[in-house]
Design a protein around this ligand. Structure first.
Ligand code: SAH
Length: 213
């Protein structure tokens, strides 16, 4: 499906009006077609600023939230980025436009396989998608310049904080899964971690262990 000009204009307008101002982030979101990541019944709503259901009972995040999280992450072209929660693959695809390499993990094998198929179709060759429990991090590729968690944790998982480089940034929604959560930006300093609260969000929960599908 190709994105028509009017839907695309409205999509970008919604992002700007909700505070996505970073030029590189807006360019990435203009280039990567969200419609490629939404299947079936909901595909025609891909350019609305709404979260939508995907397979395995999960959701593709609201585009403006994707934009605001990506903007808060301050990704630079030489960065190696880890995303926890591949879901549809949309967020990883946006990150792939901004970073040198993106690793993305999901506990649902099916979601990883479907996202990989879209990455192949769009020729996004700097993304490595893996079926794994993200709460344990990805020690074989650590440390990372940036870590983005796209599922809500009660606290930022310790193994992931340890995989952040000094000066590195993690963005993570924190709070109970059935309540409003707070998006937190964690910056690793030479001596510890600084925490900033960004805004309220609502994400599906970060769940320990692999899923059966
Ligand atoms: N970033 C996605 C949306 C993520 S929805 C997108 O752009 O579409 C949250 C995802 O986190 C779900 O797919 C869920 O399976 C995954 N998840 C939850 N707990 C996880 C864990 N421990 N490790 C890896 N993935 C996890």
């Amino acid at each position: 499906m190709t994105i028509d000009a009017e839907a695309k204009m409205q999509f970008l307008f919604a992002l700007r009006s909700r505070g996505v101002m970073d030029k590189r982030v807006l360019e990435a979101m203009e280039k990567i077609d969200r419609g490629a990541f939404v299947k079936g019944l909901f595909a025609e709503r891909a350019y609305e600023d709404m979260p939508l259901p995907i397979a395995c009972g999960q959701t593709i995040s609201q585009p403006s939230v994707v934009g605001l999280m990506t903007q808060a992450l301050r990704v630079e072209p030489r960065h190696k980025v880890l995303e926890i929660g591949t879901g549809s693959g949309y967020q990883a695809a946006i990150l792939s436009q901004l970073a040198r390499r993106v690793y993305t993990l999901d506990r649902h094998r099916r979601l990883v396989a479907e996202a990989q198929a879209v990455f192949d179709k769009l020729n996004l060759t700097n993304i490595t998608a893996m079926a794994a429990d993200g709460t344990r991090g990805l020690p074989e590729q650590a440390p990372f310049d940036r870590i983005l968690i796209t599922a809500a944790a009660e606290d930022p998982p310790g193994p992931l904080l340890n995989e952040l480089k000094p000066g590195g940034i993690m963005v993570v929604p924190v709070g109970q899964s059935d309540a409003v959560q707070v998006l937190i930006k964690v910056t690793r300093t030479e001596t510890g971690f600084d925490y900033d609260e960004l805004r309220h969000v609502r994400f599906v929960p970060l769940v320990e262990g692999m899923s059966g599908d």
